[in-house]
Design a binder for this molecule. Structure first.
Ligand code: P1T
Length: 379
């Protein structure tokens, strides 16, 4: 089945009982059993729900692996990876440019539980190699990174993880399986905040995992049921509905992002543009090798710092100043005070998250309208 067909059909065969072509929303907490120990494959909706299962099978197919799991949020999915697979004293090597909430989960939750975490330069595979220890059990990569759109060489880091007998998890939220399939490049676990492009309409919070190996799957699935951060059936259904149009939306997001990145590169108020599709981007060539496109996220640096950013956000009419990304509507974000506020200022600045940094999520509106909105706001 080709990718565009899988978006619409994977895990979503017509309902056996009624023929319904849309997966039914099984709005139930529990299932009648025929006798003690004789259930019909479903016991309790924290453990399993047919609507959620359709979404889990769908993400597994899209990422080209056997197993999928759905969660109440992207961070719940990340928690299940860490909680289900690691124990006190284990070491994690993570890329140094990550969603602020992921950093907060590592530093403010799991470090207190006894996990050791160190950070490697997202742009430099040798830095991951140097960070490995005998106790390293997991390597965690986000690529393209949030918010700076750095590109990490997945195949090279996968090799490092394999040699160190560690698992590699790749957060594929920004690229989606439409532009990048990390499991083909050696990742063991693919992580998604389905709140973003997969859901695609800014109307549902969710997280997904796609997992290669059965033992890894079973450990994380055990944690999913034991800890319980599952999505309800409506949220699973909304996400499935979003996924159906992923290919048409991603093409439109990317075309708008390209136009925006090109326009910003020529603008006198802008000192730097972060978009992997630009030849000037340090990860441009690598992105060309490991991705099928560059996605819909663009970052840029305003010469005038925070005052310029305040005036820019105030003048926007079509872009909304908001957290999140990947919906059909264009959003603008100020990482230093919003999505990455959990990172101490010194570390933020070291990573390039400055007072002049703006992050845009290009929606799928008409590109002329978006360019006009940005030009007016930058005046
Ligand atoms: O928000 P949630 O569904 O829990 O997903 C967390 C998450 C995980 N990974 C990446 C790469 C993310 O970008 C996010 C969430 N990010 C935002 C809310 C944001 O505005 O960047």
């Amino acid at each position: 089945m080709n990718f565009e067909t899988a978006l619409i059909h994977a895990g979503q065969a017509a309902d056996r009982q009624t023929g319904s072509v849309s997966v039914p929303v099984y709005q139930t907490s529990t299932y009648k059993q025929d006798g003690i120990g004789r259930d019909r494959g479903w016991e309790y909706s924290r453990t399993g729900n047919p609507t959620r299962k359709a979404l889990e099978d769908c993400i597994a197919a899209l990422e080209g692996v056997k197993y999928g799991l759905a969660f109440a949020s992207g961070l719940a999915a990340e928690t299940a990876v860490l909680g289900g697979l690691l124990k006190k004293g284990d070491h994690v090597v993570a890329g140094d440019d990550l969603y602020g909430g992921t950093y907060r989960l590592f530093e403010k939750v799991f470090r207190h539980w006894g996990l050791e975490i160190s950070y490697a330069d997202s742009k430099d595979p040798a830095s991951f190699k140097r960070a490995m220890r005998r106790s390293t059990r997991l390597v965690w990569v986000e690529t393209p990174t949030n918010p700076l759109l750095n590109i990490t060489d997945i195949a090279a880091v996968a090799e490092t993880a394999r040699k160190g007998k560690a698992l590699l998890a790749v957060d594929n939220t920004f690229a989606t399986p439409y532009f990048q399939r990390p499991a083909e490049l050696g990742a063991d676990i693919v992580v998604h905040s389905s709140t973003k492009y997969l859901g695609g309409h800014s109307d549902v919070i969710g997280g997904l995992l796609a997992i290669k190996d059965k033992c890894v799957f079973e450990a994380v699935k055990f944690y999913q049921n034991a800890a319980g951060a599952v999505p309800g059936p409506w949220d699973a259904w909304l996400t499935l509905r979003g996924i159906k149009t992923l290919s048409v939306r991603m093409k439109a997001h990317e075309a708008n992002a390209f136009a925006i990145a090109a326009a910003l590169s020529r603008h006198p108020a802008v000192s730097k543009v972060y978009y992997p599709g630009l030849e000037s981007h340090p990860g441009h060539e690598l992105a060309g090798r490991q991705m099928d496109g560059c996605g819909g996220m663009v970052g840029f640096e305003l010469k005038g710092g925070r005052p310029a950013a305040e005036s820019f956000f105030r003048r926007l009419k079509i872009f909304s100043l908001a957290e999140s990304l990947g919906g059909v509507e264009s959003l603008a974000c100020y990482p230093a005070a919003m999505t990455h506020a959990a990172i101490p200022e010194r570390d933020r600045l070291k990573r390039g998250i400055t007072a002049g940094l703006v992050r845009l999520s290009a929606g799928i509106e008409n590109s002329d309208d978006l360019l006009e909105d940005l030009a007016r706001a930058l005046k």
